[in-house]
Design a protein around this ligand. Structure first.
Ligand code: FES
Length: 182
């Protein structure tokens, strides 16, 4: 295998992938406080899933290499505090042929933070890759097991039937350690 291939599959650091039970505070329903989004392998939006239009996320303590999932409008949003290696993997591939070409810089506001809607753009399954033991696909991003879509470290579709990259939700940094989604 080439050096490139080796870089596609860096040594796994299971600890850094440990899922954080992560609290978010709705800017809309302040009184209700936190919403918890546990590790999700499947999701059925249901009546009890509130459609919080704006979610304030505290990133304090989310170290490099950690991925967390928060809920926004009833959907999972993946937030990846990308390592330098993951950033480089994404940027190095900016010019290679892709199903839905898009430079990494167009998908992030700050290179170290990737924020994407965690819903496969094929038929809506929740891609794997957030949890420590989950497959991350051939590009160290996410893997949708429903029909085999592979996403890279920028959330771009690289292989499989999904027609486009994972969506980037509207969000903004309200400080160095907080973002507001929605
Ligand atoms: S829903 Fe993800 S590959 Fe089909």
């Amino acid at each position: 295998m080439s050096d490139i291939s080796e870089r596609r599959k860096p040594p796994r650091d299971e600890s850094r992938r440990d899922f954080l039970y992560y609290a978010t505070t709705s800017a809309v329903v302040v009184a209700t406080g936190a919403a918890i989004w546990p590790l999700i392998n499947s999701m059925n939006p249901s009546a009890d899933v509130s459609a919080q239009a704006v979610v304030d996320v505290d990133l304090e303590g989310v170290g490099p290499g950690t991925r967390i999932t928060v809920k926004w409008k009833g959907k999972p949003v993946f937030i990846d505090h990308r390592t330098t290696e993951r950033i480089e993997l994404a940027q190095e591939d900016d010019t290679v042929p892709m199903i839905d070409p898009e430079p990494d810089a167009a998908r992030v506001q700050r290179p170290e933070w990737l924020v994407v809607v965690g819903v496969c753009t094929h038929l809506g399954c929740i891609p794997l890759g957030q949890g420590g033991s989950e497959p991350v696909g051939d590009w160290d991003g996410w893997f949708c097991p429903c029909h085999g879509s592979h996403y890279d470290t920028s959330g771009r579709i690289r292989k499989g039937p999904a027609p486009r990259n994972l969506d980037v939700p509207p969000y903004e940094f309200t400080s160095d350690t907080r973002i507001k989604i929605g």
